[in-house]
Design a protein around this ligand. Structure first.
Ligand SMILES: Cc1ncc(COP(=O)(O)O)c(C=O)c1O
Length: 450
């Protein structure tokens, strides 16, 4: 079938119905020829527009940590929409935003006394980068403006996040239109030494020393911050080698470089601790979060900062604005209400640490995929798993994409990214549902022949 052949659309939708929405990170023409639509969801499952039930192996887009349409969260949003639809937080406020912030800092690792609200992970990242630069400036170090990301990192789609990000496909369309003064650490992916690692790979802590190379090149007096994901999920689940993050944190501290841990995916229980910083036992200066913060139900992002960073801005006349930055919807009432109800749900059901209990079972299940056709690596950490396929010559990504389609046909949502399939189910998943997910995926791997 060539590209122009019309395919009967699903569910009686006319082709035109799909035209207007320019979909993000999607092959629009291909999608619109054979659309895949979810119309409902509950707990561990989506329901398609055709009424089929699909096991959610990716928590939506890594965000629905407590499972879909949880009653407490749904009710909180409904109630809030009828009580206070909107109140800005520029020079005004509303109680839920403050309650939400207090709840969040009480859950955050020690020292994270303040939180700035955004509407997405991308905005959280750009906010964190700006705060880092401004922090050095208010302390009299105005030359510390350079930002260091990492190859294969993903920090969202805005200019700041794109610039510190290191996924080539996300960058190449935009020529040289990046923010200036950015450099990148080497990535940590090393199949030669670490293929089929269970949990953190053994080899690669020394890759953190790449930061010393950049310090030598640029001088620490020009570097504001390093930003990394604790587990680089969007680039195919790159689990940090043992000792790597600790070493990176130590080098940052030595040179007065802020460490921003981008926990947009890992915060709120994905690894078995509320935050990955605690899981790995490191102490970043700034943490970005989003996604699971409202269980995906209302857009929200957050930037957690150590008290020392916030306090450094609290100088000058009382009435002076300390940080010229913010969004109309920072701390939006619906997002705040959803966040509070999400934290209640996560805490009441023990979901912030549940991945810990499930991790050994999950690890066994995911690693049962070793030996399947074309599988060159299986990796896991917390309630995250990934399978990497040998790429097809000249068609990068096709192998994983075809298996994503086949798994969906068989009743499970998984996420294709490059030649990797990532798995990250809601934290409410049962052992029987883990078996079901891996069973469906195994069948998908067997039935696609290429
Ligand atoms: C680590 C990380 N940072 C930032 C983002 C961007 O978040 P958003 O899509 O909410 O803008 C993502 C999204 O997947 C992410 O994984």
């Amino acid at each position: 079938m060539n590209d122009t052949t019309p395919v009967p659309p699903a569910s009686g939708l006319k082709a035109n119905d799909l035209d207007a929405f320019w979909m993000p990170f999607t092959g629009n023409r291909q999608f619109k020829r054979a659309p895949r639509l979810f119309a409902g969801a509950e707990g561990m499952r989506y329901v398609t527009a055709d009424g089929a039930r699909v096991l959610d192996g990716t928590s939506g887009l890594w965000c629905v940590n407590a499972g879909h349409c949880r009653p407490k969260i749904v009710e909180a949003i409904r109630r809030q929409a009828g009580e206070l639809d909107f109140a800005g937080t520029f020079q005004m406020g509303h109680p839920k935003a403050f309650e939400c912030a207090s709840r969040l800092v009480n859950m955050a690792p020690p020292g994270f006394d303040n939180v700035f609200f955004t509407n997405s992970g991308s905005e959280a990242v750009d906010t964190a980068l700006k705060i880092a630069i401004a922090y050095h400036r208010v302390r009299g170090n105005a030359s510390k403006t350079r930002l260091i990301g990492r190859e294969r990192g993903y920090h969202g789609s805005n200019f700041g996040g794109m610039s510190v990000g290191g996924i080539a496909a996300n960058r190449k369309l935009f020529g040289g239109a990046f923010i200036p003064g950015v450099d990148h650490l080497r990535h940590t992916h090393d199949l030669d030494r670490n293929a089929f690692s269970r949990g953190q790979p053994l080899y690669g802590a020394e890759l953190a020393d790449d930061l010393e190379r950049l310090v030598t090149l640029h001088d620490a007096s020009t570097i504001a911050a390093v930003i990394v994901e604790p587990v680089a999920c969007s680039a195919g689940v790159l689990v940090p080698p043992q000792g790597y993050l600790e070493r990176l944190a130590a080098i940052c501290a030595k040179h007065d470089i802020l460490l921003i841990l981008d926990e947009v995916i890992t915060a709120f229980g994905r690894l078995g601790a509320p935050f990955a910083a605690e899981y790995f036992g490191i102490r970043p200066d700034i943490i970005t979060a989003a996604k699971g913060i409202t269980n995906g139900a209302v857009p929200m992002g957050a930037v957690f900062v150590q008290g020392k960073i916030h306090d450094a801005f609290m100088t000058g006349p009382d009435a002076a604005i300390e940080l010229y930055h913010g969004y109309t919807y920072s701390g939006h009432p619906l997002a705040a209400a959803a966040c509070i109800a999400t934290l209640d749900t996560l805490q009441e059901e023990g979901l912030l640490t549940r991945a810990n209990e499930l991790a050994p079972y999950w690890e066994e299940a995911v690693h049962s995929l070793k030996g399947m056709p074309h599988v060159i690596d299986v990796r896991n950490i917390g309630l995250i798993g990934a399978v990497e396929f040998e790429p097809i010559d000249g068609e990068p990504g096709k192998r994983a994409y075809d298996r994503f389609l086949e798994a969906l046909r068989l009743g499970a949502l998984v996420r294709a990214t490059g030649d990797v399939i990532a798995l990250a189910p809601p934290l409410i998943i049962s052992k029987a549902e883990i078996d079901e997910l891996i069973g469906i995926f195994t069948r998908a791997l067997t039935s696609v022949r290429d």
